[in-house]
Design a protein around this ligand. Structure first.
Ligand SMILES: Nc1nc2c(ncn2[C@@H]2O[C@H](COP(=O)(O)OP(=O)(O)OP(=O)(O)O)[C@@H](O)[C@H]2O)c(=O)[nH]1
Ligand SMILES: [Mg+2]
Length: 319
């Protein structure tokens, strides 16, 4: 498997679409293979600019991404799209996939991939971050990521993007009020889609009032744009705002964002490796197994168990 991953990783660097598709499938199922892939691709990572789109089910994220992808593609950019859990029960999730697949047949430079919810939420967020890296190595200029809703997975995924677009709808007055603080904070740009329907302006006004009441000192006030993603109204302005945001971010702030991401990435990798190694230790070492189970059963507190298990010098006993 490692050898196949090596060959595929080189293929990805050469811009081979089949290698990318195959490698994504492997990594989705066995993320630990990134340990052979990453050393091959690491030196080229960071070229792609990653934009996340999130918002309630059926808000029009897929149709909007489709429009933005085409607009960027028309400007000569190579685009990758990742739809995380696109099969929402509210609307046909195959919508975007079908459209993009149609375009791919027309030989456009857009690579589409959807990621189904499987395993734990943490697993999905991790797989998405890995796929972002593979698409970056493939030579995409922009990677557009769609996630539904406001859960922990979305927040995790959005921390791996350079820009976050939050998509709302005119009927969303109540959802604006109830919007999770986390989503407010991560939004760089707000879009009120389906602005052909009544109420879009009202939602924009409400949103603006809320943003002004809770100013985020670290950020410029996010723009609020109106779009109609079926016929592309407002898309040009959105793309203009995305480009402007990218230009403004480039330099120190982008480096800061990416350094923060690098730190999270490192710590997550370390945590995963520690946990895996730990589980092996529990299987293999009867003393550790005994202490562990004492702690699990509640007969020993976790701190004491860890002090007993790890002798002085391996980890500090001052925690
Ligand atoms: N009236 C109107 N309908 C729209 C607009 N944009 C999208 N829709 C419709 O809204 C529905 C959902 O669109 P999608 O693009 O699939 O929305 P989504 O947010 O990706 O949906 P999920 O991925 O299922 O959460 C579809 O039936 C679209 O045709 C718009 O600007 N105006
Ligand atoms: Mg969608």
């Amino acid at each position: 498997m490692a050898e196949e991953c090596n060959v595929l990783a080189v293929g990805v660097l050469e811009g081979n679409e089949r290698s990318l598709a195959r490698l994504i499938s492997i990594i989705e199922n066995k993320p630990e293979n990134m340990s052979t892939v990453l050393p091959i691709i690491q030196s080229v990572l960071g070229r792609a600019y990653c934009i996340g789109f999130t918002g309630p089910p059926g808000a029009g994220k897929s149709s909007l991404i489709n429009q933005v992808a085409q607009a960027l593609n028309n400007k000569g950019h190579k685009i990758g799209i990742i739809a995380v859990d696109p099969t929402s029960p509210f609307s046909g999730g195959a919508f975007l996939g079908d459209r993009i697949r149609m375009q791919n047949q027309l030989d456009s430079d857009i690579f589409f991939r959807s990621m189904a919810t499987r395993g734990s939420y943490g697993g999905l967020a991790r797989a998405t971050k890995d796929v972002i890296k593979l698409m970056d190595a493939f030579g995409n200029d922009f990677i557009l990521v769609e996630t539904v809703g406001v859960g922990q997975t979305e927040l995790d995924v959005m921390q791996s993007t350079d820009t976050t677009v939050v998509v709302l709808v005119p009927e969303g007055g109540d959802s604006v009020q109830a919007m999770k603080a986390g989503l407010m904070e991560i939004a760089d740009i707000f879009v009120i889609n389906k602005s052909d329907r009544p109420g879009a302006e009202d939602v924009a006004i409400q949103l603006k009032a809320i943003l002004q009441m809770n100013p985020n000192k670290q950020k410029k006030m996010p723009p609020i744009l109106l779009t109609q993603s079926l016929d592309g109204l407002g898309v040009e302005e959105l793309v203009g705002n995305l480009e402007e945001f990218k230009m403004r971010l480039e330099g120190a702030e982008l480096e800061n964002r990416r350094r923060r991401r690098g730190k999270n990435d490192f710590e997550e990798t370390l945590r995963n490796i520690f946990i895996q190694e730990w589980r092996k230790l529990v299987q293999e070492n009867s003393f550790i197994n005994k202490k562990y189970h004492e702690a699990v059963e509640g007969n020993l507190d976790p701190y004491s168990a860890i002090r007993d298990i790890f002798p002085d010098g391996i980890i500090s006993d001052k925690f």
